[in-house]
Design a protein around this ligand. Structure first.
Ligand SMILES: Cc1ncc(C[n+]2csc(CCOP(=O)(O)OP(=O)(O)O)c2C)c(N)n1
Length: 345
């Protein structure tokens, strides 16, 4: 397993930081912003202002470290737990909040943001990423598609179909598995008999690498060459980021029923954000004043996004059908008409 930045903020023996201090500060700011959004998401759900919410606390470095290896025109195809990566690649917090209220407009990021709406269907979106990569290849463009998923998704047929197709056609795809140790209540050890998830890439004929997913530097050090290789025609890579879901699966879950709280406590020591802060402090590149300023601006951005989402006029029943596509399909038109007839009856 690739490890560079240790929990105490020091670099592993013989390891070099892949980012300079300015780049590290930029990504650190993104980690802090992501946590501000995430904690707010859980709080808003408890106030009844969001439907369910799936926290990604503990997985921020896996998401930001990987997304930072993308170029603006690259594609990101991710899940309900990947808001940090989606936001980093341009999907506004406001849309992410809206989606969690059940508002269809949350599924439409601004034009030019090449991020698909989050997939709730476990595994299905990996095939979309492969299709996008294939489409880019057919159009002779050098864009890469990155897809993010959990350990549980690797048991879906879609995972194997996506990996196989990407391998056969050597497509520009980066598969980023966040092995957070659980698929709801099912532990990783019961998910697959493979020793690692990374090794599954062997069967499809391309490289697989396992990294400490709570280590921003390790994730980025794996993701950067993977996107570069994909872009230059070298084919796909599978990255297994070993991390841990600190919170319940969603706000509707009780992890006390399937995991020991001592285990969760122990992972607190491995927090992905604290170690970057310690690293920057040890280099004289960070202090409490900067931290306070960053936390305030992150909280302000999140509050502004919530206010913008809550200020929108709610969609009416007819618009639930029309908000999905630029042009409604005949089926949607029929469904919309049927609802309106029922309402008017
Ligand atoms: C095809 C499908 N089957 C089942 C579910 C219900 N479900 C939602 S999340 C989840 C677990 C997914 O675990 P994992 O892929 O490890 O991702 P994580 O939630 O840990 O990020 C399941 C079974 C679903 N959404 N889609």
């Amino acid at each position: 397993m690739l490890e560079i930045l240790q929990p105490d903020g020091s670099l592993a023996a013989d390891a070099a930081a892949p980012l300079d201090d300015e780049e590290t500060r930029l990504l650190f700011a993104a980690l802090v912003a992501a946590r501000a959004y995430d904690r707010k998401g859980t709080a808003l759900q408890k106030q009844g202002r969001l439907a369910t919410y799936a926290s990604f606390e503990g997985q921020e470095a896996a998401q930001i470290g990987a997304a930072a290896a993308l170029q603006p025109a690259d594609w990101l195809v991710a899940t309900y737990r990947d808001a940090a990566a989606m936001w980093f690649h341009g999907y506004p917090w406001m849309n992410l909040f809206l989606g969690r209220t059940g508002d269809e407009r949350g599924g439409s990021p601004p034009m030019g943001v090449n991020v698909l709406p989050p997939s709730i269907t476990v595994g299905a979106h990996m095939i979309h990423a492969v299709g996008l990569a294939w489409g880019e290849r057919l159009q002779s463009r050098d864009r890469v598609a990155m897809t993010m998923f959990g350990d549980g998704a690797t048991s879906e047929g879609d995972f194997h179909e996506a990996m196989n197709f990407a391998g056969v056609y050597q497509l520009p795809v980066v598969f980023l598995c966040q092995n957070n140790h659980y698929a709801i209540s099912l532990p990783r050890a019961e998910q697959t008999a493979s020793e690692t998830i990374a090794q599954k890439a062997d069967a499809y004929g391309f490289p697989g690498v396992q990294v400490d997913g709570n280590d921003l530097f390790a994730v980025h050090s794996a993701a950067q060459p993977a996107t570069a290789r994909a872009r230059s025609g070298g084919g796909p890579t599978l990255i297994e980021a070993v991390t841990y879901r600190m919170a319940p699966h969603t706000t509707a879950d009780d992890p006390g029923r399937y995991r020991d709280s001592n285990e969760t406590e122990a992972w607190k020591e491995r927090d992905p954000i604290a170690r970057v802060r310690r690293y920057l402090e040890s280099r004289g590149s960070w202090d409490d004043d900067r931290q306070a300023e960053l936390e305030t601006s992150a909280a302000d951005d999140v509050e502004a996004a919530i206010a913008a989402a809550e200020d929108l006029e709610p969609l009416g029943p007819a618009e639930v059908f029309s908000a999905m596509f630029a042009e409604m399909t005949p089926q949607l038109v029929r469904q919309q008409q049927a609802l309106m007839r029922y309402r008017d009856a």
